[in-house]
Design a protein around this ligand. Structure first.
Ligand code: HEM
Length: 185
């Protein structure tokens, strides 16, 4: 699945760059809450769409994978407001299993960056002892194992070049629309 990584690299880099600016600019828990709200609304909307196509039959450990609920927990731990989820217009098209896997690739991949991000947050903000990085810490020490398992299932679904292209297209749209969402919210 080198294609998926290489063909989404540019979108990943742009999103990463924008997010790092936001993270470095954080001066208070409120700024962090606002980042969490961005993730909650977008990933929450995505998750609802993905759930139409992916469950335990398609990905046996789907129920154990990090869910939007963990972002909600972090927002509430900081006494922030849980926003509405993003609506279809702001989300990529998720109309079949392959597109759902493309979007889930972006969500699951963010656990890799999450390892760096959670450290940046803990270092930069004093949150009066409140532990509110469960979302970004995600699977912690198991992150790489979870990622490899996910990739194996994903590769199984990308059986033909045509299927792989649909997954890549959905992943790129998921990245691009997230960047737009972050710029506007
Ligand atoms: C500060 C922000 C971020 C940093 C520093 C970061 C960093 C990383 C790192 C270090 C990897 C592993 C690269 C490798 O081992 O080959 C990675 C992979 C990935 N990240 Fe990020 N990331 C960030 C934000 C995000 C966000 C917000 C998303 C999704 C919304 C995301 C999606 C992905 C995906 C899908 C991969 C997997 C690429 C692949 O191997 O196929 N990242 N990121």
């Amino acid at each position: 699945m080198g294609q998926l990584k290489s063909e989404t690299l540019s979108n990943h880099q742009q999103l990463e760059k924008n997010l790092i600016v936001k993270l470095k600019g954080m001066q208070s828990p409120e700024d962090y809450i606002s980042i969490l709200q961005n993730f909650y609304a977008y990933f929450g909307g995505l998750e609802n769409q993905i759930n139409h196509f992916i469950g335990a039959d398609e990905l046996s450990d789907y129920a154990e994978r990090r869910k939007t609920q963990s972002i909600k927990d972090d927002i509430l731990a900081l006494e922030g407001v849980v926003p509405e989820k993003a609506a279809a217009d702001d989300l990529p098209e998720i109309g079949n299993l392959l597109q759902a896997f493309g979007a889930l690739y972006v969500i699951e991949g963010s656990t890799l960056g999450g390892q760096v991000i959670s450290k940046m947050i803990s270092k930069q903000l004093s949150m009066d002892g409140v532990e509110a990085v469960s979302f970004f810490k995600s699977y912690g020490e198991d992150t790489m194992t979870m990622w490899k398992k996910f990739k194996t299932v994903l590769e199984h679904h990308a059986a033909t070049q045509q299927d792989a292209d649909v997954i890549t297209g959905a992943a790129n749209e998921t990245f691009a629309k997230f960047r737009l969402w972050m710029e506007r919210n």
